[in-house]
Ligand binder design. Sequence first.
Ligand code: NZQ
Ligand code: ZN
Length: 389
Amino acid sequence: MLGTFTYCNPTKLYFGEGSLKYLKEELPKYGSNVVLIYGGGSIKKNGIYDAVVEILKENGKCVAEIAGVMPNPTLAKLYEGVQIARDHQADFLLAVGGGSVCDYAKAVSVSAYCKEDPWEKYYLRFEEPDCPVIPVGCVLTMVGTGSEMNAGAVITNQETKQKIGHVFADERVMPRFSVLDPTYTLTLPHYQIVSGIYDIFNHICEQYFSGEDDNTSDYISEGLMRSLLHSSRIANKDPQNYEARSNIMWTATWALNTLVAKGKTTDWMVHMLGQAVGGYTDAAHGMTLSAVSLPYYRFLLPYGLPKFKRFAMNVWDVQPEGKTDRQIAEEGLAAMEAWMKELGLAMNLTQLGVTEDMIEGLADVTLVLPGGYNPPSREEIIRIFKESL
Ligand code: NZQ
Ligand code: ZN
């Protein structure tokens, strides 16, 4: 661990079947005005809404609602929610849903009392809140983003086609608690399950493919990836398998709750490419990542060859005898490709509605982050997008 860092994760987790009951212990810690935030209606169909509302009532809370938070929540929706939170004088925001709902709740929490335009302050200038932040709690229903235990909040500006994530440094933005009941995820369609699985896998890759030191974080990442591969294969064939789905839920949380990034640099370019695609197409987040990953990693491989070789051997069990480092590394990516196809992930951008004439625009909105082995130039980004079509 050559890096220096501070580590604190203030989010309390309640994990396992039946853990919604702990909401009763958490709610009394906050004032009476609660805003309940949820998505397009899945929680009404599977009964989670009724269970949550009953506990809110038992606790005597005065509840307002922000309903209809869409996947890839928009700036227009953020402005709407800010108004509701202000009008209700919210003491607490309860997010019930997937990453979109949790992210959105955090965005409302820092924006409700913000004196400036939140898009400009948080998403264009990446500033931290200097106003009161409304506490957030989450009841998670979709697995993948890690939003339940991090300070990330991704918002899409539909007018400018920019999808931007701010990972706040301010610990007040992290959920105070999250309820993780794997049974709540059993109603997810297969498409969302595998999209979330790839999101988890890629979060680990983004933090793994960077840095050259001998770092504990990389060994933790390899363990998480192996666990995910194992459970994903079970869940892909048998989606109702509780053990596999609960393992995936727990892996998702640890893949992006700041732990495995400690002491090292990170890359995040697959997410930057994927977010550009998200801003243009509104496709499911994990699928935007899967569609660009292989062209990106094949581009990156020569610059980070020792790590790609290690990935092949330690994650994919590639046998090294009689092979060059390059062959070993390429075999690792081939094994990853086979696994992605087995899950049924989007393997190209055409499937997501991207056409060649969009590529210049996509390159315009792709942020380039400096931490990886070889931050791509604009020409390289265009080439990667073309290879992903
Ligand atoms: O809206 P409803 O009706 O609830 O339907 C949702 C939505 O259509 C559905 N769903 C959720 N739980 C369900 C369910 N359907 C049946 N049964 C359930 N139990 O699933 C659909 C997708 O939900 P969404 O929340 O959009 O998915 P996800 O969790 O993948 O979140 C994606 C958002 O998170 C951001 C992404 O960019 C995207 O905006 N991310 C947030 C990150 C963070 N906070 O650190 C990091 C990630 O890299 C990511 O960027
Ligand atoms: Zn992601």
